[in-house]
Design a protein around this ligand. Sequence first.
Ligand code: SAM
Ligand code: SF4
Length: 344
Amino acid sequence: MPLSEPLTEDTLGRPLRNLRISVTDRCNLRCAYCMPEEEYTWLPRARILRFEEITRLVRIFQGAGVHRVRLTGGEPLLRRNLDRLVAQLAALEGLEEVTLTTNGLALADLAADLAAAGLARITVSLDTLRPKRYRELCRRDGLERVRAGIAAARAAGLPLKLNTVVMRGVNDDEVPALLDYAREVGAELRYIEYMDVGGATRWDQRRVVDRAELLERLEQAHGPLTPEPTRGNAPAERFRFADGVRIGIIASTTSPFCDSCDRARLTADGRLFTCLYGREGLDLLGPLRAGESDERLGERLTRTWRERSARGAVERLALAERRALAAKPELDDDPHLEMHTRGG
Ligand code: SAM
Ligand code: SF4
């Protein structure tokens, strides 16, 4: 974007910089904090954005200020030939990086192609190192495959992060062990507070292990931590141990970062959400398939960002009594409320 062009800022002066794209709402796991139910309403296949449509939309988003794109889902590696989309996006002039968040199940076979296509970095979600617990928490088998995927990502030279959602009484006893594993594979580990997002129908405050407790437990196990300067508007607060190993904490539940949030989310069927907790999204698929010009589509999304005032996580924090964001019938009526639809 030329420097002379005005930034697209929302009503609170927050620019639009990051775009997270859910390339599919389907998933091959059923993690307890994300998809705890037995049945789901899926987006109709015919409405899922094709790679060319995604690339065109990203170009338009670049015009509104987007510098970085993260592909997510559902499970993004379920999209066949995802490396082709990565290559299309990586070739866009001015886009700083294309990254990916995955559960890693299919990564062993795909890591080399993704790296060759221009993927800049990869984040693998991993909440336990114990096979039985993995099966209980994710409700499918696969820990060995994820570990093989992580090894393949390393072999392909992809800078690696691990995401761990910490739940009290579920996997919080593995906080130090997961760090040992992250060190072993050369990854930066980010501990994520369990969030009361759509989809997390079993959310309960008592299961949240907050930032303060996480820091305390880490220091007990591994020694003192020093805060690191945060990179841009990244959601993770970073800390360093004396030996130089870094970790991140994403404390969206108890210390929200809404005031610096510069990210938009695009669902697999082209709906734009400007907040993870937002109820209403802007449909871009309809106008796109009706033949609207890039310019008009750009005006639509720019207007939506300029009107943005959402501080969803801050509002949740202010609630006197906090429980799951949405109940199952609401999610069945509108799958766009689901975390796996809007990408996390
Ligand atoms: N399937 C991919 C994966 O699991 O990495 C990408 C999609 S997933 C929705 C993106 C991220 O959201 C994952 O790191 C996952 O752990 C996180 N997530 C899902 N539900 C969450 C919740 N209730 N609280 C905190 N993080 C959550
Ligand atoms: Fe788990 Fe990611 Fe699938 Fe959600 S989308 S169930 S976090 S693997």
